[in-house]
Design a protein around this ligand. Sequence first.
Ligand SMILES: *[C@@H]1O[C@H](CO)[C@@H](O)[C@H](O)[C@H]1NC(C)=O
Ligand SMILES: *[C@@H]1O[C@H](CO)[C@@H](O)[C@H](O)[C@H]1NC(C)=O
Ligand SMILES: *[C@@H]1O[C@H](CO)[C@@H](O)[C@H](O)[C@H]1NC(C)=O
Length: 588
Amino acid sequence: MVGQVLIASLLELRKDMATYSILIVLFYTYAIHGMKTNKPNILLFLADDLGIGEIGCFGNSTIRTPNIDRLASEGVKLTHHISAASLCTPSRAAFLTGRYPIRSGMTGHSGSAVLSFNAVPGGLPSNETTFSKILKEQGYTTGLLGKWHLGVNCESKTDFCHHPLNHGFDFYYGMPLTLLTDCQDSCPSETHVSFKKDLLFYAQLFFLALATIAACKLLNLLPINWKILIFFTICGLSVFMYLYMPYLFFRHWNCVLMRNFDIVEQPVNLEKTASHIVREAKAFINRNRDRPFLLLVSFLHIHTPLFTTEKFRGKSKHKLYGDNIEEMDWMIGEILDVIDKESLINKTVSYFTSDHGAYLEGSEMGPDLVGYNGIYRGGKGMGGLEGGIRVPGIFRWPGVLPAGTEVDQPTSLMDIFTTVIKIGGGQVPQDRIIDGKNILPLMQRLGPHQQHEFMFHYCLDQLHAARWHDVSSGTVWKVHYVLPRFIPEGSGICRGHKVCPCSGKMVVYQVPPLLFNLSNDPSEKYPIPPESTSYGQVLQKTQEAVAAHNLTIGSVPQQLYGSNNRWSPGLQLCCGIFPFCSCNKEDD
Ligand SMILES: *[C@@H]1O[C@H](CO)[C@@H](O)[C@H](O)[C@H]1NC(C)=O
Ligand SMILES: *[C@@H]1O[C@H](CO)[C@@H](O)[C@H](O)[C@H]1NC(C)=O
Ligand SMILES: *[C@@H]1O[C@H](CO)[C@@H](O)[C@H](O)[C@H]1NC(C)=O
């Protein structure tokens, strides 16, 4: 009897367990499936050379940026947002990998500062991991539109080892190098102007000398062999052509528009590029409306020559400069409209920033090409001064991030790496140092979170300054070890140079180092006297941090100088007949 009851209840239990198991399985399936579809989309806007003083929500009352301002009013404004470098290539490498560019060999060295041509072997190394690669593993469809500037090929014109599609992007449409004045027919060149001038000068001298020798030979004044003369002429011509061709064909070889691995416009037709990028962004979002996507819109705006489509020319209060910013804001508006129309707003984390501060030496190329970094000193290309690295930062995620709020603790562009990986459910690489931090809890105002206690500010591969956020007092200090030598003195720019040099005679080594309290002197006007008590303490603390940081920097292959940044004919992207390289598949 007892046995029967026992068996009956055991059977009952088994039935229950089966039910439970089914329920549990169902629950997990639902949870996993639910998690998958609940992953938010990630939409990142990255402007080029845009200064923090140039948009409405960061205090500019005369440039109209309603769409960027909207992101800020619906999200969180990062008012102390710092780029890892004050130049494009290194800053972008750090943004995508969450690591100081010096760790990946993506910093230049005296003179050579960014990738110079499409056809150079250098670029973001294949063993660096972008957030896009990790999000792709997490089920995201990933796209990149616009500027890349992190290399194309390594050894052949089709290996595409540095190309976005080999760095975790499923889709690419844009310019693998960057916009430059050389890309606009009517503009003077901005690439290596002085080198080109020197080259032409020495070539003229050389050929003049050869011609003189030949003339002497003809007049029987010199007993020189014709063969030797011809040999030197051919050698001279080859060297000259090798050095001069990349400038002669610059526009065709470097102002290239690609769709994935295909060249679609060579050279690019700038009048149409902005609308093409908007079209591709809309199509990408429409295609991927039902799955999690990552879209990085990397603008060609606000880089010189500030090419602006006719519709926006002459419309702003700040000539071409303002027109260009207002056009970029319009592009953002068009893309946000699609997010609204597809009802994706609450499922999309949006972010806006600039790769570094505005360009102040632009006046060399035209009076209207000078940017503005608000109250901050310095600009593009200067290692440690705030104007070159403090950039606008905005995050919007309705329902998760409090709308209309501000975060004034130091954050870095490298934090985007760690933050979006966290949002997408991935894990940051464990086999290397990652400098970015997850700033989601900071923006959500949730309890304890990781802080940047120190930040290191490089000018190419030279450490120029360090920032200490003393968490106990909330004060942010900055120590400058090296500053540019301005021309003219006190002007805050380096006239006659493309950007301020980072070492040698054109910098001033600060002995003793200059210290500023950024919390009450953000414009870095009033150095703390070395005699004051805080000076010694801050300097010592920072010096220890710099020493510890230096120990973490290993030696890696250098991507931006030497042969890695020299034109290599075998890597030249070219459709049609070399060297003319010309095609247009966009308008077909
Ligand atoms: C707005 O930005 C423009 C362009 O850089 C600049 O010339 C102007 O001074 C800025 N205005 C304000 C009020 O910040
Ligand atoms: C998004 O969420 C907010 C609240 O966080 C809500 O008011 C709004 O209606 C939602 N919008 C859509 C399109 O679901
Ligand atoms: C990538 O490879 C280079 C050279 O082979 C090496 O020095 C570097 O440490 C590697 N980087 C990572 C992140 O593994």
